[in-house]
Design a protein around this ligand. Structure first.
Ligand SMILES: [Zn+2]
Length: 254
């Protein structure tokens, strides 16, 4: 096992933070009523909307991780577990933006598989044995809106701790709907390490990699603080959309 990256605790997921932020007594009442109804009403699948199940069998199958490796910017190796789209995308969106924290366990499981996979790959490479996981930070506005930080919640669900070594220092636009260059410009210089990290070996963790610009910005900020960035892990990755010179699929493993 490599440090916290390959934690055995991943096989025994712990609870995921489900704190709900309410802004008014009315909102609190509405949330309480919604919780009460959920106890007696069927729940729709977070992946496909079918009634009765929080996550149906077909969507659980779609969330089985098949770790694969890509390289971004010719320097950052990224391990991902799922192809972004379909039930994976729907379940992740439901978890992040529709308050479906009941989907956390089903999403944390494949993340744990990719983290184990990354630990196994790094074990065969030169470098420090102790590797810390650093989650890509959510913006303060997004955290306030959701009441939780999705990536940190998924890491907790996968039995991993991640020190808060990275924060956003600039307000950025939502990356959704932006092109590759716009995304890179949007996040450039947006993150900063919270402490000196000289000699620390780290793996960056995010939910989805699309163009790589967010992960590359996180890598830049961590390296600027002295960290050695050994790679990144994401739950899901979009199918290759960009020229081969910037993305090299290194083959599906397992
Ligand atoms: Zn489903």
């Amino acid at each position: 096992m490599i440090g916290v990256l390959g934690s055995a605790a991943a096989r025994h997921p712990v609870g995921v933070q489900t704190t709900r932020v309410t802004t008014s007594p009315l909102a609190a009442l509405r949330a309480a009523v919604s919780d009460a109804l959920a106890l007696v009403s069927p729940v729709d699948c977070a992946g496909c909307g079918v009634a009765d199940r929080s996550m149906c069998g077909a969507c659980r199958a779609a969330l089985l991780a098949q770790p694969f490796e890509q390289r971004w910017g010719d320097e950052l190796v990224v391990w991902s577990g799922l192809r972004y789209g379909g039930a994976v995308q729907a379940a992740l969106n439901a978890f992040k933006d529709e308050g479906r924290t009941d989907a956390a366990a089903a999403l944390a499981r494949p993340l744990g598989v990719v983290l184990d996979h990354a630990a196994a790959r790094l074990r065969g490479r030169p470098g420090a044995m102790r590797i810390d996981l650093v989650a890509v930070p959510s913006s303060r506005a997004a955290t306030a809106r959701r009441g939780y930080e999705p990536v940190r919640s998924l890491l907790a669900g996968a039995g991993r701790r991640s020190p808060r070594w990275l924060v956003q220092r600039l307000r950025t636009r939502d990356q959704a709907g932006l092109g590759r260059q716009e995304r890179a410009l949007n996040v450039a210089g947006s993150m900063v390490a919270t402490r000196p990290l000289l000699g620390r070996h780290v793996v960056i963790v995010d939910d989805v990699v699309t163009t790589g610009s967010t992960l590359l910005e996180a890598a830049r900020a961590l390296a600027a603080a002295g960290a050695v960035v050994r790679g990144a892990v994401t739950l899901a990755a979009t199918p290759r959309l960009h020229p081969a010179k910037t993305v090299h699929i290194r083959g599906i493993v397992e």
